[in-house]
Design a protein around this ligand. Sequence first.
Ligand SMILES: [Zn+2]
Length: 153
Amino acid sequence: MIVFDLLCGVGHRFEGWFGSAKAFASQKERGLLTCPTCGSSKVERIPSASRVNLGAPEPKAPKAPAQPAKTPDMEGKDPFAIAQMLYSRMLDELLTKTEDVGKEFPAKARRIFYKQDPVRAIRGQATEQEHDDLVDEGIPVARLPVPPPERLN
Ligand SMILES: [Zn+2]
């Protein structure tokens, strides 16, 4: 069964139940449809929003999982190449933004930490023992791979 909203020529609005849209057309054709209020056979079907089948509500599109930020030049590269690129960039950063103090590193790091020297980022060499002593004193130092010689100029 389907339900149609109907309107007579005078403006009475009513519902009609039909076996099918075809049955409605047929009954209308033969003048069998009449307004229950005034008996008019001038009946038209009116569109009714309330009967429009909107179907199941659209499933909400799942949010795209957050993609890790990638820079375009990393796209499609294998992880090893990316690691090398990052290492290379880190070196650039390190070499351009730090002062090379060479073997003076432990002494300089200590002086900077205790504010006896202007605060700045330095790099240099330290032995295992010197490194451990600095760490023990709470001086923030990071051990990094020694850059290839061609990067040091
Ligand atoms: Zn009527």
